[in-house]
Ligand binder design. Structure first.
Ligand SMILES: [Zn+2]
Length: 381
């Protein structure tokens, strides 16, 4: 990954390059940004730049022996730590056990999300984590001399998934950084990191992509039509990982719209048997799909408010527009925020690996309740 291959973030790239050229390199850095913002890709481009033998004031050279190794993520002095699972009783859940898969997954999709990664390693219902043994492994590696001259770099992806034991062990290393060692934490939820870790890291904040940037990324990765990518980017609010998933998995037959319509209708009419069957359907389709569907639901709910404010609606299909014509009147400023919060919470719980069945059914009951209270208020008014 060259800096030039990572979309956007030009100010941050300039800052990283300038600091590197001046030799101002903090030992522990935290690249913090939401899912699908390219933080991991940037960290890898940064590692490549620091190791490049012929770097320019703009980027790595791309052709030196170090860059060639970085093309395949096989540089002996650039180490990767990421969440993994313990496949069987013999497995320690070390990153080293999954390094081949990790290289393949990243090279295929530099905007990798935890869900993409879980799917890639067939984690099933297991929650990938960074275990204490992995922290020992990092400490051991830090103690070894670099294979080649220059910085030894440790990229830790999603450190928020370190268990407490691992985090505490690693903390010692962060407190006493060894010379020529750089640790880059790449986090989507820095608020979940130990305060003691946060305080030792220099933060590089990475912003969400704009819809246009996100659409360009998805377009170049998937080859899908730009209009389709723009719509997906809009739904995903700039999250390149979710947008790509939507482009590659959303079929043209309005499947998500139909489900969203059935869901909202069942909530509005408080039809429990429909809600149960929708919950089963939701549950069977897997986490990545659930995330895509809830993201789409949030997008449609946002559109209702725009419609009610007579704003111009963007990128809706004719069927979606027709649906909103009837549906938007059920939403108003008094319930919009509450319902959005319920759907958002459901999305958050899915991302944190909660049980899809319980999450979806709970959210449905909460939304039903909002509509029922309003109907009750209207009939008693
Ligand atoms: Zn180079």
């Amino acid at each position: 990954m060259l800096f030039s291959k990572v979309t956007g973030h030009s100010a941050l790239k300039k800052k990283l390059i300038a600091n590197a050229l001046e030799g101002r390199i903090a030992h522990t850095q935290l690249f913090a940004g939401p899912e699908g913002c390219g933080a991991l890709a940037l960290a890898i481009a940064y590692a490549r730049y620091l190791r490049c033998e012929n770097k320019t004031a703009e980027d790595s050279c791309g052709t030196c022996s170090s860059c060639i190794k970085m093309n395949k993520l096989v540089h002996p002095d650039v180490h990767f730590t990421f969440p993994a699972i313990k496949e069987d009783s013999k497995s320690k859940g070390l990153s080293a056990e999954y390094i081949t898969e990790f290289r393949e997954a990243f090279l295929q999709n530099p905007y990798l999300s935890l869900e993409n990664w879980s799917d890639w390693i067939d984690a099933g219902n297991k929650v990938p984590s960074i275990y204490a043994d992995e922290a020992n492994e990092i400490i051991r590696q830090i103690g070894l001399v670099a294979v080649e001259e220059g910085f030894k770099i440790f990229i830790i992806w999603l450190p928020e998934l370190m268990n407490v034991q691992a985090a505490n062990r690693l903390l010692k290393t962060l407190e006493e950084p060894s010379d020529r060692t750089l640790i880059v934490l790449v986090s989507e939820r820095p608020q979940d990191l130990l305060a003691t870790i946060l305080s030792r890291a220099q933060m590089q904040k990475i912003e969400r992509y704009s819809v246009e940037e996100c659409a360009q990324i998805v377009h170049s990765l998937s080859g899908a039509a730009i209009e389709k990518c723009q719509k997906a980017a809009e739904i995903a609010e700039g999250n390149a990982s979710v947008a790509r998933w939507l482009v590659e998995n959303q079929d043209e037959s309005d499947e998500q719209l139909n489900l969203f319509r059935s869901w909202m209708l069942a909530c509005y009419t408080y039809n429990i048997s429909d809600l149960i069957s929708l919950t089963d359907q939701f549950h069977k389709l897997g986490r990545e799909w659930q995330k895509g569907f809830l993201t789409y639901s949030l997008f449609m709910i946002r559109q209702t408010m725009l419609k009610n404010h007579q704003a111009t609606l963007n990128r809706l299909t004719d069927t979606e527009s027709a649906f909103l014509d009837k549906f938007a009147r059920f939403f108003h400023p008094g319930n919009y925020e509450t319902i959005t919060t319920f759907v958002n919470d459901a999305l958050l719980h899915i991302e944190r690996n909660g049980n899809g069945k319980i999450i979806f059914f709970d959210a449905s009951l909460l939304i039903s309740d909002v509509f029922r209270k309003e109907k009750f208020a209207r009939t008693t008014a």
